[in-house]
Design a protein around this ligand. Structure first.
Ligand SMILES: CC(C)(COP(=O)(O)OP(=O)(O)OC[C@H]1O[C@@H](n2cnc3c(N)ncnc32)[C@H](O)[C@@H]1OP(=O)(O)O)[C@@H](O)C(=O)NCCC(=O)NCCS
Length: 177
């Protein structure tokens, strides 16, 4: 997409993200979890989409583990949150952020990217309902199709089991209505 730059976020993007999240999610407060995920040492890939010099979107992919598996099998990432500023929505920025993240994760040997979100949206981005990897907390039955994944390897080789998430995501309130 012309004029769009996707790059890793940095401390200088803090105020843009503080404005972006309440605008994209007026009914949710995700700033605490975003700030915790961006703390140094967190296993997160954080990308911003910049258009005309301003941050128009943001996504985080967090490295997670599968309960009880050896380190070598822990090649899962959680995609969340994904936010595009209202004035820039439906112009391909969300898709560009997700694809840029998937490319970078492929280089780090991530095998599967999980997401809890609208299947009407993520289905367009190649995600499908996930049943072999269980979410970290039980989900309401109505959300079953919202737990999705996209594999970066042969699906038959993908890890199975319950997802263990790092501390910013260890809050059941983030996983329920
Ligand atoms: C949802 C969101 C991230 C999508 O980003 P975006 O840049 O507006 O979406 P894109 O332009 O990349 O859209 C990609 C595709 O999804 C479609 N699409 C966009 N928003 C959609 C939605 N809410 N529901 C269903 N499909 C959607 C587009 O038409 C496009 O389809 P196509 O390429 O087949 O034509 C963005 O609108 C947003 O931040 N919304 C508010 C916050 C939010 O709900 N985030 C949650 C993600 S679970």
């Amino acid at each position: 997409m012309s004029g769009l730059v996707i790059r890793q976020s940095g401390p200088a993007d803090g105020s843009a993200l503080t404005a972006l999240y309440p605008a994209a999610f007026p009914e949710e407060n995700l700033l605490c979890v975003v700030a915790a995920l961006l703390e140094p040492g967190q296993p997160a890939l954080s990308l911003v989409a910049v258009r005309d010099g301003a941050v128009a979107g943001h996504v985080i992919f967090t490295a997670c583990e599968i309960e009880g598996s050896d380190d070598g099998d822990n090649k899962i990432a959680l995609l969340a949150p994904l936010a595009v500023a209202p004035a820039h929505q439906w112009k391909g920025i969300g898709r560009a952020l997700v694809e840029a993240g998937m490319e970078r994760l492929r280089d780090t040997q991530i095998a599967v990217v999980c997401v809890l979100g609208d299947p009407g949206y993520y289905g367009r981005l190649g995600f499908a309902p996930e049943t072999a990897i269980a979410p970290p907390y039980p989900l309401p039955a109505a959300w079953r199709d919202a737990w999705q994944s996209r594999t970066l390897i042969d699906k038959a080789q993908a890890p199975r089991g319950r997802l263990l998430v790092p501390f910013p995501w260890q809050d059941p309130a983030l996983w329920g209505p």
